[in-house]
Design a protein around this ligand. Structure first.
Ligand code: G3I
Length: 347
């Protein structure tokens, strides 16, 4: 059997992949071949998020989760749960009573705990690590004003971790966020997780999502993130790695522009195929990123790619829909990119 990505880093960290519902289906044999060759950890891209797994108060939908966990067992993979508590992909009813009024703090926390108990409990011992809380901080390090935070304050995070530990004391428990390379955001996160730790709340690792571009953040910025997390007493998980090769339409304040650029050549430059320059840029970027991860392999427990292959990446639809992106090591024909693979191997 050909050497896969996971074999290159066998002595360093797990190599993971986020999967959608088509990819865990038993008939997806081509996908299964790719997954089993290259990855020894799995993440669910969407299927275990609240809106999908628990769409109505009394309805849980475990179809995806059961197939996903079965695939993990078949592969002997380190299987991740994503994510118990997030401000996106969560139905509005979660925050309201039957008359449509906002819940109070105690009622919301009880509802959250029941959700954690049911979802995490079903896969106890099978899902080995959970993103317990996802994206609860702003870029300046303050708490995100989500409905969770508005109703329950920062205690919702502590309660979620306490409950997760109670439901599966063997599972790894993660706080997960993007732009953790940004010093201001990271400080807010680390101050808070240290506070939790001091109160005896168990938390295993900080997830640095790793949604990068070919231009940034810099390797030094990512490295400082890894060092600071480790210094604070936590392992680092790279949970959602990909490298956007397309320009990001932004306004003058740097915010993503929500305009439909799908048909604009300027913002979809590789519609008919990526140029040799673009390919080289991607391979180089992956090389320098993995060189950094390899340097810090004692601090990193896992590196997970956010998607199986280019054609199924969320980055074809972000920040605008209908673009043609090339962010992963596996291309649109489900073939490993040899140049990216070689560059990663050199790490
Ligand atoms: O399932 C519906 C389909 O019925 C509908 O026709 C279609 C048209 O809009 O939408 C489909 O749902 C989409 C869903 O993905 C499944 O493909 C949603 O619109 C879309 O918003 C959703 O995007 C997901 C996104 O999280 C939600 O915010 C991406 O696939 C997923 O990759 C992304 O993952 C997140 C992580 O969970 C957390 N970190 C950031 C990361 C990237 O945003």
């Amino acid at each position: 059997k050909d050497q896969g990505l996971k074999d290159v880093f066998e002595d360093s960290f797990y190599i993971g992949v986020a999967l959608n519902s088509r990819q865990v289906a038993p008939e997806a044999t081509q996908e299964f071949e790719l997954i089993s060759t290259h990855f020894n950890s799995l993440s669910p891209e969407n299927g275990l998020k609240w809106a999908l797994v628990h769409p109505q108060p009394e309805t849980y939908n475990f179809e995806f989760g059961d197939e996903y966990v079965a695939m993990g067992e078949k592969l002997g993979a380190f299987t991740i749960g994503h994510c118990l508590i997030w401000h996106q992909q969560v139905p509005n009813w979660v925050f309201e009573n039957e008359s449509g009024e906002m819940l109070d703090k105690d009622a919301l926390i009880s509802r959250m705990e029941a959700h954690i108990e049911t979802v995490m409990g079903r896969y106890k011992g099978k899902i080995k690590g959970w993103d317990v809380v996802n994206e609860a901080f702003n870029e300046d390090g303050s708490f995100r004003e989500s409905k969770w935070y508005k109703i329950a304050g920062k205690d919702f995070i502590k309660a979620a971790f306490r409950k997760a530990n109670e439901v599966d004391p063997e599972a790894e428990l993660y706080y997960n966020d993007y732009n953790v390379w940004r010093a201001s955001k990271r400080k807010g996160i680390l101050d808070f997780v240290k506070e939790m730790k001091a109160e005896g709340i168990r938390i295993t690792a900080i997830g640095m999502q790793g949604h990068y571009t070919v231009n940034g953040p810099s390797i030094e910025e990512i490295e400082q993130g890894i060092l600071d997390i480790y210094e604070a007493g936590f392992k680092v998980a790279i949970t959602e790695l990909d490298v956007d090769v397309l320009p990001r339409p932004r306004n003058s304040e740097g915010a993503d522009l929500n305009i439909n650029y799908a048909n604009s050549p300027e913002f979809n430059p590789y519609k008919d195929g990526i140029t040799p320059e673009g390919k080289a840029q991607l391979a180089n970027r992956y090389g320098e990123i993995f060189k950094l991860f390899e340097k810090h392999k004692d601090k990193i427990n896992r590196v997970t790619f956010w998607g199986l292959y280019d054609g199924r990446s969320w980055l074809n639809n972000f920040p605008v829909r209908g673009r043609t992106n090339y962010p992963l090591p596996i291309d649109r024909d489900m073939k490993l990119k040899e140049d990216v693979f070689n560059s990663i191997k050199m790490a």
